[in-house]
Design a protein around this ligand. Sequence first.
Ligand code: ADP
Ligand code: ASP
Ligand code: MG
Length: 402
Amino acid sequence: MPIIVQKYGGTSVADTERIKNVARRLVAARGEGYQVVAVISAMGDTTDELLAMAHDISAEPPERELDMLLSTGERVSVALLAMAIHELGQTAISLSGNQAGIQTNTVHTKARITGVETRRLIEELDSGKIVLVAGFQGVSPEEDVTTLGRGGSDTTAVALAAALEAQQCEIYTDVDGVYTADPRIVADARRIAAVSYGEMLEMAATGAEVLMLRSVEYAQKYGVPLHVRSSFTDQPGTWVREEDENMEKAVVSAVTHTDDESKLTLLRVPDRPGVAATVFGALAGENVNVDMIIQNVSEQGTTDISFTVNQPELPAAQKALDALSDELGVAYIIGEQMGKVSIVGAGMKSYPGVAAKMFKTLADAGINIEMISTSSIKVSCVIERAQVEDAVRALHTAFALG
Ligand code: ADP
Ligand code: ASP
Ligand code: MG
């Protein structure tokens, strides 16, 4: 019997009625002759609420304990869903990430999956059960609970689909696919029928939160096609897969954005070999993900280096820099309220002038660009956070994506 992996996000299981809806969908998939594995997120805003409680108690909660706390959200969902499926007369079993064999490294709150031990999953599937796996979590070599970072249930689903060689991996969410821009911001955003892994990677990396970046990397690495679709309808959604002839060859396929960037600028850093290695080594030591980096020309033996981090990682970044300040004697300034807009499209590789058009569009909207970075299929601009939504709408119109 072919295996299907379905993932349901938080909105799709936000209350008990919606959990019953998901139960019906899973029983239907079983009825179509699939062995069914479902990966479930925490209900609604549970993860945010748990995080808020932790931060009420501690400014810097120990990350091991955060993982213990956050992993409970997904456990609530799978247990309730198993009960709902039993009510429908089917057998199901809920499993924690650990019980489902999801092994990770020890980087608490953003652990990476290192392997999946499928023995238990296969036993349960072979005994006819629908298997419900708590998303977003695993177990470290020290046998501690870990979580995979925000949106991590997507990655759980892809990892299970790869390990079980599933025939399908469906990501059910509250939109009916991947859009040309966040539909919450752009009213005339359009669903994209199919998008390549490469474009989806850039989109996820630049803020299209509909798929977690790591899940797309994993899908590409193991060749798992993804179908992103709505849990409220039966309409087809968006296929994420290897690039092929049938995909739209748009110069620009989508506009993406983030609104939680902070910019740090190190002033008058000594311009000699090893300094950047020291600075970014220290940041890596605090597990800070650095996004954009710009180093200016050197004047009188010193230079300025600017970079961006996700705002939640700002305290860790400051900690790393403060520890270095004695060694390097550098001062830094912070721009806390920043965001980023990006345009992504496989077609821009062979099309000059795309970046220029982006900059002109932002200029015409009175938006100042603070930093720029490019790849062969993406251009990103860091701008003031308050202007992000206007920038997204202006670019979506300028590139005729509506
Ligand atoms: P889930 O809880 O199902 O994992 P998420 O909230 O993580 O759902 O992701 C879905 C949301 O992503 C949508 O509600 C939408 O507002 C947002 N989003 C941002 N950019 C895009 C995009 N380009 N296409 C579709 N959705 C997007
Ligand atoms: N519940 C987790 C989060 O809110 C994981 C997920 O939903 O994918 O980030
Ligand atoms: Mg998500």
